[in-house]
Design a protein around this ligand. Sequence first.
Ligand code: AMP
Length: 117
Amino acid sequence: MSHKNCVFCDIITGKIHAEKVAETPQLIVIKDTNPKAPTHLLIMPKKHIVTMADVANRDKDLAFAMFAIVEELAKNLDAPQAFNIISNNGAEAGQSVLHMHWHFISGKNIYLGDFKL
Ligand code: AMP
């Protein structure tokens, strides 16, 4: 269910290279090419879903998989196991890639300084 003109779909199908950190049947996790913190990963469904508002009842396995991978990623962080999950939904909210994703950010307190995604 890949979508044309979607850079994340191209990563998922292998058309574009990305540094993959984890993969499950439902999702992949890649390193952000423009990291805003020592750890900056992107968790995204393999299915092309535009925003979190488009997640449907039939996607509940995927929704659970997103939470389960957060637990895995957090376990692998050096102490303190502190992290932020940020999701921009809609271009007006700052979403530049219109394929739903969660930014997993760690190693930086984003509330100190002028952090901007
Ligand atoms: P957002 O602006 O919330 O939609 O986030 C999109 C994120 O995707 C940005 O942080 C970009 O740096 C990142 N990004 C865009 N293209 C790629 C790519 N080819 N590989 C990895 N990360 C990317």
